[in-house]
Design a protein around this ligand. Structure first.
Ligand code: PNW
Length: 443
C-alpha cells in the first residue's frame, strides 16, 4: 500500500486531524421532518444536476451516524466538521424549531463527544429553506436577519458542546457561483442579485456573529474558499483580469472582515448593483474572527476576456487534474496560508477546513485502492507543513470528505470520500487513503 510521507509528529503539538462533511450532502433531507430547501427544487429542475439526483437520501447519515463516527474514531481522527441544515431546524426558515431537527443535532454532537471527536460546526452549508428562497433568497436583506435567528436557535441547543463554530461555508459559492455563474441553487445569472447576495452573505456573517457573541458563545469564525489565480501571460490585460478574479474570489469576503471594505477591483463591476446603504453595514462585518477556515482545491490560469471583463477566461488544465477536472496544485495552499497570515489575519488560528480530491474509486474484493488520492493528500499536508514552518498559525486540517456523498450539481458521480459509499446498499468501505492517514496519524 502506498504510504504518506508525513507523520503526526511533524505537526505542532495539539494539531487537529479531521474530516469534513455537510448536512445536505450526507444526511438524507427527507428524514426527520425537515422542510424543503432551494436545493430540493434546484435538483428537481431538469438541466441543473446530473441525472437530476438530489439529497433526499444521500448517505443516510441521519440513521447511520454512529457507524460513521465509529469509522472516524477507529481511524484515530481528532475532530469532525459538520453542518446544520437550516431547513431541518426551521422548516419554514423562521419561527419555531422542528424539535426532531434540534434533537438530531443534539444526538449528533453527543455521539462525537462520546468518541472524543471535537465538533466543528458550520451553521450554513447551502440548504436555504424554500420559504426564504421564495422571498428572494440571499438577494433579500431579510435573510441575514433570519440567519442570525437561526444561529441563535442552533447555538442555544448545541453551542455548549461544540469546539468551534463557523457562520457560513464558502460565501463565494453561496453568492457568486449561485447567482452569477448559475451552477448552484438558485441557479441565477443576474448581476443585480449577485451584488446583493455578495453583500448579504457577509452581513449575515456579521449579524450572526454579533448575536452569538452577545449570548456568550465563543470560538466563532467563518469558512472561506480560495482558488489561486495565475495570469496566462505578463500582458497588462491578463494581469488585470487575474486581479479581478482574485478580488471577487479570494479577497472580497476576507477583506470585508479584516479591512471593513470590499476590493476596488470587484466594486468596479458590482458597485452599481449593490443594495442601497450597504456601506453602513461594513462596521458590523469588520469584526475580529476567533479563527478562519480555509477551503482550498485548485488554481486557475486566467486570460482577459475582451467581451466581458467581469468573466475572465480560465484556460484548460496544464497540470494533472482530479475527476472534477481541477488542477492539482498544492503550492496554492501554502501560498494562501502564508498570505492570510501576512496580509489578512496575522496570528488568528487557521484551519484547513476542506481539501480533497474526487476520483473514480471502485470497490474490488472489498478494497478500494486510491493511490492518486494518497498522493494528493501527501502534497497538500506537506504544503500546510511548509506554511507552518514559515510561521502560519495553522491548527488543523480537515480532509474533504469523510464519505463519498452528494456532490451538488454533479450528483453522486464524483467521489471525494476517504470512505467509499455504495449508494444502493449504503455499505461503507474505508479506502486505502483512510488507512494511510490512520497510519500517519499514529506515527
Ligand atoms: C466545496 N467551484 O464546494 C464545498 O464546500 C463542498 O460542499 C464540496 O463538496 C467541495 O467543495 C467539493 O466540490 C465547491 O466551482 C464547489 O469553484 C464548487 C466550487 C468550489 C467549491
Amino acid at each position: 500500500m502506498k504510504d504518506l510521507s508525513f507523520s503526526r509528529s511533524d505537526f505542532p503539538e495539539g494539531f487537529l486531524f479531521g474530516a469534513a462533511t455537510a448536512a445536505y450532502q450526507i444526511e438524507g433531507a427527507q428524514y426527520g421532518g425537515a422542510g424543503h430547501s432551494h436545493w430540493d427544487t434546484f435538483a428537481a429542475t431538469p438541466g441543473n444536476v446530473i441525472r437530476r439526483e438530489d439529497g433526499a437520501q444521500a448517505c443516510d447519515h441521519y440513521h447511520r451516524y454512529e457507524e460513521d463516527f465509529d469509522i472516524l474514531k477507529a481511524g484515530g481522527f481528532d475532530a469532525y466538521r459538520f453542518s446544520t441544515s437550516w431547513a431541518r431546524v426551521q422548516p419554514e426558515g423562521k419561527g419555531p424549531a422542528n424539535p426532531e431537527g434540534l434533537d438530531f443535532y443534539d444526538r449528533l454532537v453527543d455521539a462525537m463527544l462520546a468518541r472524543d471527536l471535537k465538533p466543528f460546526l458550520t451553521l450554513y452549508h447551502w440548504e436555504l429553506p424554500s420559504a426564504l428562497a421564495d422571498i428572494g433568497g440571499w438577494a433579500n436583506r431579510e435573510i441575514p436577519e433570519r440567519f442570525a435567528d437561526f444561529s441563535e436557535l442552533v447555538m442555544g441547543r448545541i453551542g455548549d458542546r461544540v469546539s468551534a463554530t463557523a457562520t457560513l461555508n464558502e460565501p463565494w459559492c453561496v453568492a457568486f457561483l449561485s447567482h452569477f455563474l448559475g451552477h448552484h441553487a438558485p441557479g441565477l445569472r443576474d448581476i443585480r442579485a449577485t451584488a446583493r447576495a455578495m453583500h448579504h452573505v457577509m452581513l449575515a456573517h456579521g449579524l450572526a456573529t454579533e448575536r452569538m457573541r452577545g449570548l456568550g458563545h465563543e470560538n466563532l469564525g467563518i469558512v472561506l474558499n480560495f482558488d489561486r489565480a495565475i495570469p496566462a501571460s505578463g500582458s497588462a490585460e491578463d494581469r488585470a483580469a487575474t486581479a479581478t478574479q482574485d478580488a471577487v474570489f479570494n479577497r472580497w469576503f476576507i477583506e470585508a472582515i479584516t479591512k471593513g471594505a470590499y476590493p476596488e477591483e470587484a466594486l468596479a463591476f458590482l458597485g452599481p448593483h449593490m443594495p442601497a446603504g450597504w456601506e453602513a453595514d461594513m462596521a458590523t462585518i469588520n469584526k475580529p474572527l476567533d479563527w478562519l477556515g480555509v477551503n482550498y482545491y485548485t488554481r486557475h490560469v486566467v486570460k482577459a476576456n475582451a467581451d466581458d471583463p467581469m468573466s475572465p477566461i480560465n484556460l484548460d488544465a496544464e497540470l494533472p487534474t482530479t475527476q472534477m477536472g481541477w488542477e492539482i496544485y498544492p503550492e496554492g495552499l501554502e501560498y494562501f496560508l502564508t498570505w492570510l497570515k501576512d496580509e489578512q489575519v496575522g496570528d488568528t488560528p487557521l484551519y484547513v477546513t476542506e481539501n480533497g480530491m474526487a476520483w473514480d474509486d471502485r470497490v474490488e474484493n472489498g478494497t478500494v485502492f486510491d493511490p492518486e488520492r494518497i498522493g494528493f493528500i501527501d502534497g497538500h499536508y506537506q504544503a500546510a507543513l511548509r506554511a507552518i514552518k514559515a510561521g502560519a498559525n495553522v491548527k488543523g486540517f480537515f480532509y474533504w470528505s469523510l464519505l463519498d456523498n452528494y456532490e451538488w450539481a454533479f450528483g453522486y458521480e464524483k467521489r471525494f470520500g476517504m470512505v467509499h459509499v455504495d449508494f444502493d446498499s449504503m455499505v461503507r468501505t474505508p479506502k486505502a487513503s483512510y488507512h494511510a492517514l490512520k497510519a500517519a496519524m499514529a506515527r
